[in-house]
Design a protein around this ligand. Structure first.
Ligand code: NAD
Length: 252
């Protein structure tokens, strides 16, 4: 199986490129932005169209503005797409959904097995703990270069909790809650240093607190998950899939 990488000069692109050779798949090459240096010994293509023509699956950790072109290129060439870019707006998400009508797409805000399990655990806790007594809050921290806030993982956790409580119209609050007394799911985003990614889900009642925490210590955990997802797309029908599908994690 030939894997292509969009954003091959980025933090995640480099991590994926380093791990593909040991995965049983072949690294077809990648694309990058003008002025960036690719990792040594890796083929660089001039456009997304030429890269997807040379691979079976595209692993994509880039920027939301790249999504429309990458969606069109994958759909036009029947290339599977593993999409890790976060911070998509509704129009970009629609492009992803349209591509998934034509090709298998695995989209995840977080490719680590631990966070995939955390999503299921948070949903289970939200279902069991009464919403009128146990408020749900989320705290996330990432490195100072991260562009989007809250993180895609924090938003995915908030959506999972809201869905488990049948509160899909529950707003997600950002850090400024001055004067607010609502029952929204709060998300606090911290940025600093080189933190790879930390997420805590807090269920706070008057008499007790339950805190579920995940900490990533190395980007390889996301890269390994993305490569696993890429190999999983082989002979898969078109559709929009998650890491829950790839890992076969059933909600407890
Ligand atoms: P980065 O800035 O180190 O690398 C991004 C790369 O994307 C750049 O090097 C560049 O080559 C490319 N790029 C940027 N803008 C582009 C554009 N308009 N068109 C084409 N290519 C473009 O960032 P990173 O830390 O590697 O993260 C990239 C994305 O992946 C972010 O959205 C981040 O939140 C997300 N991410 C997801 C996971 C996950 O598990 N799903 C894990 C880590 C990061």
């Amino acid at each position: 199986m030939r894997i292509g990488i969009a954003g091959i000069a980025g933090r995640m692109g480099r991590s994926v490129a380093a791990l593909v050779p040991g995965s049983g798949a072949t690294l077809a090459g990648g694309i990058l932005l003008a002025g960036e240096r690719p990792p040594d010994g890796i083929a660089v293509y001039g456009s997304i169209e030429s890269l997807v023509a040379a691979c079976d699956v595209l692993i994509d950790f880039t920027h939301p503005s790249a999504v429309p072109d990458h969606a069109a290129a994958c759909a036009a060439t029947s290339t599977a797409w593993v999409l890790g870019t976060t911070g998509l707006d509704p129009a970009e998400q629609r492009d992803v959904n349209h591509a998934a009508d034509r090709v298998p797409v695995v989209q995840a805000a977080n490719f680590s097995p631990g966070v995939t399990l955390l999503l299921a655990l948070a949903a289970a806790a939200a279902r069991i703990l009464p919403p009128d007594t146990h408020d749900a809050e989320i705290v996330e921290m990432h490195h100072r270069q991260k562009l989007d806030a809250p993180s895609g993982t924090a938003l995915a956790l908030a959506r999972a909790i809201a869905a488990a409580r049948d509160q899909t119209d529950t707003p997600f609050a950002d850090a400024n809650r001055t004067g607010q007394r609502g029952r929204e799911i709060g998300i606090a985003s911290l940025r600093g240093g080189q933190v790879i990614g930390e997420h805590s889900v807090i269920f706070a009642a008057a008499e007790e607190q339950i805190i579920l925490t995940h900490r990533a210590f190395d980007r390889r955990i996301f890269a390994q998950g993305a490569i696993r997802a890429a190999i999983w797309t082989q002979n898969r029908a078109p559709g929009l899939y998650s890491m829950t599908d790839v890992l076969g994690i059933a909600t407890p």
